[in-house]
Design a protein. Structure first.
Length: 55
């Protein structure tokens, strides 16, 4: 029969897992694509139906 894990160790494992999860989420939130070195003119054209552009 396996030994029972002490309460303190169980809570410590849970705390470490929570810290690791939060760290992973923070790192993932700050990961973003690299910025362009020379950003050109932004493309602000709106998209619409072709029929509306022909009129």
């Amino acid at each position: 029969m396996p030994e029972r894990i002490r309460t303190t160790r169980r809570y410590a494992r849970g705390f470490v897992a929570a810290v690791a999860a939060v760290t992973a989420l923070v790192l993932a939130a700050h990961a973003s694509p690299a910025r362009a070195t020379h950003p050109g003119e932004p493309d602000h054209r709106t998209t619409g139906p072709v029929e509306a552009a022909v009129r």
